[in-house]
Write a protein of this length. Sequence first.
Length: 286
Amino acid sequence: MSEKLQKVLARAGVGSRREMEKYIESNRVSVDGKVAKLGDRVEENAVIRVDGHVVKIEQKEERICRVLMYHKPEGELCTRKDPEGRRTVFDRLPRLEGDRWIAIGRLDINTSGLLLFTNDGELANRLMHPKYEVEREYSVRVFGEVTNQTLKTLTQGVELEDGPAKFLSIKPRGGEGINKWFNVTLTEGRNREVRRLWQSQEVDVSRLIRVRYGKLELNKRLPQGGWEELALEDVNYLRKSVSLRPETQTKLSVMPEKRKDKRAKVNRIRKAVHKHNQRLKQNKRR
């Protein structure tokens, strides 16, 4: 049975479905020796090349769906490579043999917090698609006068340059003077949407941290720059939330973790983050 080309490429781990559509539009993909067009469908025995390299076509059952939780620090870009040599979120992730990690959405360079990665292009595509309305929660520190009318306007909706937008909820979290903390939720992932919503009310964002994606909360013990693989239960929560069949396998141990094992894992993560940071400092000195 034939499938859409971008869907096959996403499942093969080349990138998200949206990225693959851009690849196809840029004439970077060929099928059986012919330049592919957006909308093409392919059979199981098709020879697909991206930038001249053959892509191994995987069947739906072949890959074990994996998801990483990453605590992104400020200063990292959500891109695979930066022409200016700046740090990217992919620099610290574990290598996958014959596969690659796909970021589920983006956080801008000045935003920190929860970022998810998967090796399943279809899962990434659906989690980013607006129709599934996966809720995101951010902790935000703002600078400026925030009145009850400001909060009411932001939850009723404002018109941004790329269309209407609003917060689902806004919860005050304290602060002093005109520096206040709020937790806000929304179900979209448009570029710098949280910042632009506040700016529409002449209020600036000075700190922005994503703390939740769906029901998955950022692990408070996970240091900035650290990652951990999600258990099968959490992977299947994400899959169910976007109408995908459950995964039956995992790379993790299915035995319950003891308290001392959890502490040891956190210590290993901290050491790995420290080692990576030291290596970055040494490279800058050269």
